[in-house]
Design a protein around this ligand. Structure first.
Ligand SMILES: O=c1ccn([C@H]2C[C@H](O)[C@@H](CO)O2)c(=O)[nH]1
Ligand SMILES: [Zn+2]
Length: 136
């Protein structure tokens, strides 16, 4: 699966978005090591803060099926520049995807921007920081 195909999968996922409040639809496509693609779309809620982004939906779908080895993530929306995942999603992506994994950001004009997970969230707080947890 090449990058353009993965973006196309993200575009398909975007069509399923449930975004009646923002009207801002987002699609994500998560490629697993074995070549399976998990789709994600944003799912909003009348209690706005309960909304889940497309990226996290894709990751949580895979994890909930016992799949946790990923090789690329594509995200797309109707933005002027290729859509950049929000901070909450960057934290979740960092927890479950290796540092060198490619993140492909795109928009509906098929403009793209690529970076690695490590570049997406430098100096990330991670599970390693919890190892030496002491009370004062
Ligand atoms: O990277 C992003 C940024 C935003 N959203 C969603 C959340 C909300 O439903 C809407 C507007 O923020 O877009 C995503 O799914 N992914
Ligand atoms: Zn997000």
């Amino acid at each position: 699966m090449d990058i353009n195909q993965l973006i196309q999968e993200a575009e398909r996922a975007k069509k399923k978005a449930y975004a009646p409040y923002s009207k801002f639809t987002v699609g994500a496509a998560l490629l697993t090591k074995d070549g399976t693609v998990y789709h994600g779309c944003n799912i909003e809620n009348a209690a706005y803060s309960v909304t889940v982004c497309a990226e996290r939906v894709a990751i949580f779908k895979a994890l909930s099926e016992g799949v946790n080895e990923f090789s690329a993530l594509a995200v797309t929306a109707n933005t002027d520049r290729p859509i950049a995942p929000c901070g909450a999603c960057r934290q979740v992506i960092t927890e479950h995807c290796h540092k060198g994994m490619k993140v492909i950001m795109a928009n509906s004009k098929r403009e793209t921007h690529e970076c690695t997970v490590g570049q997406l969230l430098p100096f990330a707080f991670s599970r390693e920081d919890l190892n030496e947890q002491h009370d004062e």
